[in-house]
Every structure is written in C-alpha cells, then in structure tokens.
Design a protein around this ligand. Structure first.
Ligand SMILES: [Mg+2]
Length: 321
C-alpha cells in the first residue's frame, strides 16, 4: 500500500505523520474521508458523535479536523468551540462538512474559527484540495509560531517561549504539588568578550554556552536564552538540593573546557542564581514571576561576590601558547 502514498517516503521518515480527525455520524462519509486521507499520508482517527470528538480532541492534537455540523450528542458548533478553546490546538484547521444549505449557520461557524467548508456530497478532488490548502496554512502558522518563540542565534527558546514554558510548568507544579526550580545563568564579564574579540566571537560563545547548558540537563528541563548573555533553566520536579547539584554541573560544563572560536581559546565562566518552590496555591503566573525574581536576586548576590574577588576575565590562550 505504501507505494500509493503521495508523500515521499523520505519525508515520511523525517517528519511526524500529520494527524486528521474526521467527525461524522454517517459511516460512509467517514470511510470515504479515511480512505482518501490515508492515501495522502495522514494518520486518521474517527468520531461518530460530538462527545466522542471532544474526548478525542482532549487527549490528542490534530493538524486537521473534518467536522460534520449535524451530529448527535453535541453539535458541530460545540466541537468547533472545543477545538478553539483547547490549548495545543491554536493552529488546528477545521474543515466543515455540511449537508444543508444554511448559509447563516456556515457563516457563524467560519466566524467562530473554522477555516473552510465542503457541502455534501463532495468530490474526492475537492476534499483533497481543500485539506491540502488547510495543511499549508497550518504549516505556515506553525513555522511562524516556532520562530516567534525561539532565539535565532542559539536555537533555544527565547524569552517569550521561556515565559510560556514557565507558566505551563508553574501550573503543573501547583496542580501536582511538585517542586519547581529555576536557575538564572549569566556569562561573567561577557562585555569584555565582545569588546576585545568582536561580536561574531561573542555570538559563538553564546551559542556554545547554550549547547553546553543543553548537554547537562534532562530532556524535560527547559533551556531559555532569557536575554543578552543571560540564560534561564526551568527545572520541573526538581528540589533545591538537586538544583544546587545541577548548578555545579552547569558551572563545570561551561568552564571545564576552553571555548574554541576563530582559532582562539576562551576560558568562560558563569554565575548562577537558583530559586525553588514546592507546590503551594495561587496564580501560576505570580508563582513563576516570584521564582524568577528570587533566582535573579540570588544571581545578583553571586555576581557581587565575584566582583569582590579577583576578577576572572575570559582569556585568549591561543596567544600565550
Ligand atoms: Mg450528520
């Protein structure tokens, strides 16, 4: 069957398979859509009434929902409202199926966030064409969303993306009464790197520090370029003691080996501030804002200590050797 897939196999291997939910109480319509969309490379799930559709949407994300308006148990409008309200579905495309010619109902649904519609009975080519158009829109929206949440230099989450993850893990920590730690990390004397070696070298140092931070955290931890030479780690289910151990690993990962940039070897160190909270009640945003402020204050104290001691400036070892 695979030779009939329209998406090239190499693409299938590299990209996750797009997911489509078809919601219709008529099994023959679901069967036609499923057959056509499997050939187009989709993983297809089906629901035969509104409540089943809402249940499916609550446990999985879909690229496209093909949604009949006339459904038992919960109408198409209710399913559409669920798609638009659920987190993780902001770019999900909804293609309506309608058997009636109620233009006002269609208009209401399009205004409520559906992208397009097909009237039954529909032609195979029209179904495939409209789904392809919906998928193009979704891919563009996803790419825009990704670039708006990531730092183009290091590839890490940017501050906006980091704030999004902070809120998510803050809410999780309150809901499950789990500890949440955050770590603020600042490259020491970074201005000197830019002043003495130039901004391209500074950029390489930032990228390498980002890479080293990534290498010493768990897959579930979040690494953010918070701004300038500051990075933030969001550490779900991490106690203060474990965060302190990780801080040692972070310092060692950055300073343990010189950073090679443009035939120069730079010794770079970082200062670290930590904050941890276990559970509690209240607003996730206030909860995480307080944690970040605490980590910032802890970092400030570390920096004061560093400045009071012998200054450690990034050294170009290539010139001495
Ligand atoms: Mg129906």
């Amino acid at each position: 069957m695979q030779r009939h897939l329209r998406r090239p196999l190499t693409l299938e291997l590299r990209l996750p398979q797009p997911r489509l939910l078809v919601v219709d109480d008529d099994p023959s319509v679901r069967s036609v859509v499923r057959t056509a969309m499997i050939v187009e490379g989709y993983a297809v799930e089906e629901a035969d009434d509104g409540l089943d559709a809402i249940a499916a949407l609550s446990c999985a994300q879909f690229d496209i929902v093909i949604l009949d308006l006339g459904l038992p148990r919960a109408g198409g409008e209710q399913v559409l409202a669920t798609v638009r309200a659920l987190p993780g579905h902001d770019t999900t495309q909804v293609l309506l199926l309608t058997g009636d010619h109620d233009a006002r109902r269609l208009r209401t649904c399009l205004e409520a966030g559906a992208q397009d519609y097909l009237r039954k009975p529909f032609e195979h080519d029209e179904l495939v064409g409209r789904v392809a158009a919906c998928q193009r829109t979704k891919d563009k929206l996803d790419a825009l969303r990704k670039s708006s949440l990531h730092d183009s230099l290091t590839g890490l989450l940017n501050r906006r993306g980091g704030e999004h993850e902070l809120r998510r893990w803050g809410a999780h920590s309150l809901r499950h009464q789990e500890p949440l730690s955050v770590m603020m990390i600042d490259i020491d004397f970074f201005k000197k790197v830019n002043d003495e070696h130039g901004h391209p070298t500074g950029d390489e140092v930032l990228t390498e520090v980002g890479r080293r931070l990534k290498s010493c955290v768990r897959a579930s931890d979040v690494v953010v370029r918070w701004g300038g030479e500051e990075f933030l780690l969001v550490l779900p289910n991490t106690s203060a003691a474990r965060a302190c151990e990780l801080a040692d690993r972070v310092r060692h990962a950055v300073s343990g080996a010189a950073i090679d940039v443009h035939r120069q070897r730079l010794d770079v160190t970082v200062s670290v501030g930590i904050a941890c909270a276990t559970g509690g009640v209240g607003d996730p945003e206030k909860h995480t804002d307080a944690l970040v402020a605490q980590a910032d204050a802890d970092l400030y104290a570390s920096r004061q200590l560093l400045r009071a001691s012998e200054p450690v400036t990034p050294v170009d070892r290539s010139r001495s050797g």
